[in-house]
Design a protein around this ligand. Structure first.
Ligand SMILES: Cc1cc2nc3c(=O)[nH]c(=O)nc-3n(C[C@H](O)[C@H](O)[C@H](O)COP(=O)(O)OP(=O)(O)OC[C@H]3O[C@@H](n4cnc5c(N)ncnc54)[C@H](O)[C@@H]3O)c2cc1C
Ligand SMILES: Nc1c(O)cccc1C(=O)O
Length: 495
């Protein structure tokens, strides 16, 4: 089959019956559910772009195995050119959502592609696992499926491991082995976009301890597998708020869900890892699913940071405050931050690494630096936007007010911006900014940038410890070398 259209993606959603709970009710018609309607359209647009002559050659390629056209996120990069073909796709998809949808299909496609092409790692433990993940990769590539994932345990008692929790099956664990597959029970979070996806893949960041064997799992199942419940958080837009008043929140709500597994049967051919703490801890670092997804999220984060910076600059210009030094200083800092991420991306791509199995990966240190800097830079961009917008962010009329003839003159007169900026233009800009820096929608985007890639504190500590292991500190040695034997040659202190 190969690439799908947006309509085929939506037909796929209609063909499934996932158990979705939101605001205390079952969601049975996800395509027509107001909360999901527009986000589905945004994802459908990404699928349609694969058929658009303007984008097709930049975001898809002909699969050498099947001869079908498939998305570039399924490329297993064996050259700089193939790595850059993925980078181009990441950028085009990110620009289509201003970087505000973090878990677009390309993200997990990259994860599964990485896992599937590093089967050597899984073969060390169980050769069936590498066959299963490779077959799964072929399946989602050839059917162009959209995945969600949940790799975090529910936030119960973080001072204890999974086997130390009060209830054995709070964290998702294996209950029993059957001839047909593995029965699992418990929960995982935080499956972004789960209600509007086709499948879910489960695995974990490193962190298992001896005794956690039953929780050391990696598998994938259809999102409507019997026994799987999706418990959604409170929606951040009800699908009825106008595009005028909420130009971003009304389009890009990325629903997050807790996944609850009630004795769900995972067919053996969908099990990629099981009952092995060492394998579960090494899956992430050893199969490239730390580095390769960080490329996609680095490009996406760059677009999102650049977008937020553009909004802050336009906001300041619209009310004439970017004539002042303090504002110029703040905006200059944001623009430089964007340049830092852009430069790090180029360095990551120019200084790519090739693995023993011939996989080309963007430079790990540069990607890890992006991973550590975006959680600081994006909140900074939002803070500057809030400081510049000041009270004006709370002082906007609604689209309905513009349509009220009795007050239209007042609106046009008192919501005017600087010379040349009509009230409609200024108000639309401030609404764009408010969605990013005021709404719950925008706060989620900020929290996303802090935590989407794991805990930045622990990731930065891992990065430092890795640096300490690898660095030579040779400059210190050089500087100290001139002072060798100084004590012996030191002239006696004569008072
Ligand atoms: C908007 C958003 C979308 C997300 N989307 C997804 C997704 O699609 N799929 C997915 O699997 N995950 C997703 N995540 C979850 C993300 O992976 C986690 O938020 C991240 O890994 C951090 O884990 P946590 O949120 O449970 O924080 P916790 O680990 O509970 O940390 C809470 C606080 O305690 C501290 N802490 C906790 N444990 C330790 C420790 N052992 N040592 C030191 N400090 C500790 C942390 O530093 C932090 O300050 C998403 C998160 C967000 C915010
Ligand atoms: N955040 C990630 C995820 O959710 C899955 C795989 C990798 C990552 C990552 O950022 O490294």
């Amino acid at each position: 089959m190969g690439i799908r259209t947006g309509a085929q993606y939506m037909e796929g959603l209609k063909s499934r019956t996932p158990e979705i709970w939101m605001e205390g009710r079952r969601v049975t018609d996800v395509v027509n559910e107001p909360v999901f309607k527009q986000p589905i359209q945004e994802i459908a647009r990404l699928y349609d772009m694969q058929h658009d002559p303007q984008y097709q050659n930049d975001i898809t390629h002909i699969c050498t195995e099947t001869g079908e056209r498939v998305n570039n996120s399924f490329l297993h990069p064996k050259s700089y050119e193939e790595m850059m073909a993925r980078s181009k796709l990441f950028e085009i998809y990110a620009k289509a959502t201003f970087g505000l949808m973090g878990r677009t299909p390309d993200f997990l496609n990259v994860v599964v592609t990485g896992m599937a092409h590093n089967g050597w790692f899984l073969d060390q433990y169980n050769p069936e696992w590498s066959v299963n993940i490779k077959n799964y990769y072929n399946y989602i590539r050839d059917n162009d499926l959209f995945l969600t994932h949940a790799i975090i345990n529910p936030q119960n008692d973080r001072s204890k491991n999974s086997h130390g929790q009060k209830d054995t099956f709070t964290h998702l664990g294996a209950v029993e082995e059957t001839p047909d597959g593995l029965v699992v029970r418990g929960a995982k979070m935080l499956a972004t976009l789960a209600p509007i996806t086709d499948e879910v893949i489960i695995y974990s960041f490193p962190g298992f301890a001896p005794g956690d064997e039953r929780y050391a799992l990696a598998f994938a199942i259809p999102i409507d597998t019997p026994g799987l419940k999706l418990l959604c958080r409170e929606p951040m837009q009800d699908g009825k708020r106008s595009l005028f008043d909420h130009p971003l929140a009304s389009r890009f709500e990325e629903m997050d869900a807790l996944l609850v597994f009630n004795d769900v049967l995972i067919p053996w051919d969908r099990v990629f890892l099981y009952n092995n703490v060492e394998a579960a801890n090494l899956l992430y670092p050893k199969t490239g699913i730390a580095q390769q997804p960080a490329h996609q999220s680095g490009v996406r984060g760059y677009i999102k940071l650049a977008f937020a910076t553009e909004v802050a600059c336009k906001l300041a210009d619209s009310i004439g405050v970017d004539v002042y030094l303090n504002v110029q200083n703040d905006l200059g800092e944001l623009v430089q931050n964007v340049e830092v991420i852009r430069s790090l991306l180029r360095v990551a791509e120019y200084e790519y690494e090739t693995t023993a199995s011939g996989e080309v990966m963007p430079n790990g240190a540069a990607l890890e630096t992006i991973r550590g800097m975006l959680p600081k830079m994006y909140p900074r961009a939002i803070e500057v936007m809030q400081v510049i917008g000041a009270g004006g962010l709370l002082m906007s009329p609604t689209g309905y007010d513009f349509n009220a003839p009795e007050i239209r003159d007042d609106i046009d007169k008192y919501y005017l911006g600087r010379e040349g900026v009509a009230s409609l233009e200024r108000v639309k800009l401030f609404k764009l900014a408010w969605d990013l820096c005021g709404e719950a929608f925008g706060q989620r985007l900020l929290q996303y940038e802090r935590y989407y890639t794991g805990d930045p504190i622990r990731k930065r500590a891992i990065f430092y410890n890795g640096h300490k292991r690898k660095a030579s500190f040779s400059m210190v040695d050089d500087a100290l070398s001139v002072t060798e034997n100084l004590v012996e040659t030191q002239p006696k202190l004569v008072k």
